[in-house]
Design a protein around this ligand. Sequence first.
Ligand code: ATP
Ligand code: MG
Length: 570
Amino acid sequence: MTDTNTPANVEDAPKRSLNFIQEIVEEDNRTGKWGGKVHTRFPPEPNGYLHIGHAKSICLNFGLAKKYGGKCNLRFDDTNPVKEEQEYIDAIIEDVRWLGFDWDGEPLYASSYFEQMYEWSVQLIKDGKAYVCDLPLEKVRELRGSLKTPGKNSPFRDRPVDESVDLFEKMRKGDFPDGSKTLRAKIDMTHANMNLRDPVMYRILHATHPRTGSDWCVYPMYDWAHGLEDSIEGITHSICTLEFEDHRPLYDWFLNALGLHHPQQIEFARLELTHTLMSKRKLLELVQDNTVTGWDDPRMPTLRGMRRRGYPAESIRDLCDKVGVAKMHSTVEFALLEHCVRNTLNKTAPRFMGVLNPLKVVIENYPENESEELDAINNPENPSAGTRKVPFSREIYIERDDFMEDPPRKFFRLGIGREVRLRYAYFVTCTEAIKDETGEVVELRCTYDPATRGGDAPDGRKVKGTIHWVAANHAIPAGIRLYDHLFDKENPNDAPDGKDYRVNLSDNSLTVLADAMVEPALKGTAPGFHLQFERTGYFCVDLDTTPEKLFFSQTVSLKDAWAKMKKKDK
Ligand code: ATP
Ligand code: MG
């Protein structure tokens, strides 16, 4: 065994903590490949809202620029007007900023480069490296062959250059209907990599683009456009997900054919989370068929949804940091994300008392028509958050679950004849449970010990349980929404033959509690306010809140499933 304390190893240590992309960047900086420049980009297609997978790409690209004193562009890959909308552009800009990243100047758009791309394609035609093909798209696909069989040349492959130039100009002018012609690169129909079998560069689409309107009716395909966008912007490291590995030779081919600035494409494994779908197409389906209330439904894996649910941006960045950057596919436990959320909120979220399923309690020896104020700690993790006053009176609400008529020995909450501590208040003993005609307990009668105010019993008597409560006359009613995974299955795509991912939708992803009662101190809190209801979980004031009624979304429970899993692993 080598001695791990040698100075050489100590020096090596920080290097080993780099991810493989940082290693590439540092090597490039060392060799001067880009003259010390680091320029990345985050290139979303504005055909949906950003999700947690995009967050990984954002953290990676903006993170590299930050770490190496470089730049990162926000660039919209807006090359398919059929699916793209201004709504998505606006939302993406806002969400990237919300996640904590910014860029110089205005965001950039692939559509700004359409004219330049067009000129370059004419150049390729003239160089004999591209041609107009009259085959319909199905036929193009058919002649492409398969992984096992080579493709076949298009009968239009060798048409004269001038004819292709002329036809391409007419395509641009709008002389031909959708799908009737394409512009294709002339590479090799027998290439082992199918992406190089004369790929389509342009298709005809008579569609209105959110930015260029009806200026164009030919639109560039991703593989053709993307490298050009990177090149125009002077990108050094073009980082994308693994499914583009097979496209890299084409990315390289186009840039070499044109002799342009040639960024290096680097692929990494996309982020996958258990119980979560990351396909924008499927997320759009859930929105369109009203399975969820919108892109910002708190159960959605979108940044909007997570933000509304109360996940702080910091915890999402923390997750991206924790999972790292790899070349190998893996699925991350959703519980790890929740662990990150809890870690952030534990430090920052003020504590309150809220009763989700109220059960009325009358404290018989407490004077009627009186009340008092008790001191409560705002955040035990953060003493500078101070204290607040909580009103107490003869009638209070406690959680239904905190009482059992016939409790087992280990139930350390209320039962008849049992004593518990009311958080920040007094010891109370239950004397009687009052039932309605159906036998349901509707009210408890208790007595309290005035000598235990805000502390212990002077006689040294102990209680095992502490429960939360709110004063009935002071509490404010609230609606509470509890959430669970949208999909029961760890892999939502794992559906039986003939069925789709929707069979895995959970029936329990949303529970609405209409009659909760919360501390009066929460009055007037605005949407986005994070808090912890003691003993219950972290919550966030929801967008649906009005001056008349507060609504809370549950962010995450208090139980750390991730920590438990880790313990089991050991
Ligand atoms: P689609 O192409 O199906 O519309 P997409 O998820 O690839 O969806 P883009 O808007 O093209 O969406 O993604 C923008 C960037 O985010 C791309 O560079 C893409 O590689 C990256 N990205 C998308 N999903 C993930 C993910 N799950 N993990 C990491 N990066 C992702
Ligand atoms: Mg994509």
